[in-house]
Write a protein that binds this ligand. Sequence first.
Ligand SMILES: [Zn+2]
Length: 257
Amino acid sequence: MSTSRMIRGESWLQDGSMLLRDVPLVLMYHGIAQVAEDPNKLCVSPRRFAEQMAWLARNGLQGVGMGTLLDAMRAGRHARMVGITFDDGYVNVAEAALPVLQGHGFGATAFIISGRLGGTNEWDEGPAWPLMSADQVRSLAAAGIEIGSHSATHVRLAGASEEQLASEVGASRSALAEVVGAEIRGFAYPCGSMDSRARQAVRDAGYEYACAVETRVADIGLMALPRIYVGEQDGRARMALKRRVYRNYIAWRGKQI
Ligand SMILES: [Zn+2]
């Protein structure tokens, strides 16, 4: 390992072998459904999702959950792995995405909002879609999908108070651990909103990693893993383009995490 790759000022670095630049791609999805109205472009149709997963398989890539991806990074086995993530915990992920993932032998991570189990995405302006209940989250976990936290109520964490960080970050982790009966390893920032205090709160709450969205390059790390948005428009050519864009983005600093 070349010392020039070491990033200074990150005392929380534990494992010198984790090089993010070798990760092919981390994808961010929300719902998998054919919907008439989708102003926030949160849904990918089941047909398109199946095409995107088939594209991964055809390119010799394996879709995995983030915990699996990080374990593979530590072991240097991640070169053909793509992180697949679903934010918010829509019921349609269990209904429409899970069978496609299972058909390819892929894994994924679903980031669940601990205080809205069985509710809807009422924080969004736009159509309301049902969120998984505790039982549905348990079934998803039993099917091999990693469960992560997407906060307690889906608020923006940049600029949040200490009390908010404690309940949204810390308490959501213990609540979800209770639901699935297992440790919760990961967190995804609602709307990708975070700052250094939010990242510290995630670390302090005992999470192993956190997913962001389009992170500032300077913030990229285990507590801000960049993901790329995937939408209904993303056919094969655009998936290939996104793969290149993602790699250029994370390779910019050859970032070690
Ligand atoms: Zn969300």
